[in-house]
Design a protein around this ligand. Structure first.
Ligand SMILES: [Zn+2]
Length: 143
């Protein structure tokens, strides 16, 4: 070890470590802030959907919802009013797909007749499954 290395480490090492720690803390705070932003955005979207029936656009993406801890999408059949909670992590779509784009792919199993199914609408995003019945055709089940 060359002369001076130890004292240089003594002078700068602590500051370098502190700076690294601060950077790491800032990164963690940014992640938390982003999650909070997504939750607020998803909550605002949910209130708009539940309270006013839309508009569904713009909406958070699948990935944003999952990262924000909102893994469930509540939907309702326009015909029979059956509701269901759909797990977002089971939907095989790119994670940057906006939630509103899923609506056209959702179908109510009991109202479906062959290729035809009445439209459905999305109600809200939730952190946990609120409705247990899963009477719905999965968006990827058939084309
Ligand atoms: Zn139905």
């Amino acid at each position: 070890m060359p002369m001076g290395t130890r004292s240089r480490e003594g002078i700068w090492g602590g500051q370098v470590r502190a700076a690294k720690m601060n950077a790491e803390h800032a990164r963690q705070r940014a992640i938390e802030a982003a999650k909070l932003r997504v939750r607020q955005m998803a909550r605002a979207w949910s209130l708009r959907m539940e309270g006013y029936g839309g508009p569904a656009q713009p909406s958070p993406t699948i990935g944003q919802c999952l990262n924000g801890g909102l893994g469930w999408l509540d939907v309702e059949c326009n015909r029979c009013k059956t509701r269901a909670s759909l797990p977002l992590d089971a939907i095989r779509r790119p994670r940057d797909t906006p939630i509103w784009k899923l609506e056209a792919a959702l179908k109510c199993r009991s109202c479906r007749k062959g290729r035809y199914a009445p439209p459905v609408h999305m109600i809200k995003l939730t952190a946990t499954q609120e409705i247990t019945s899963y009477q719905w055709v999965h968006p990827d089940e058939e084309r």
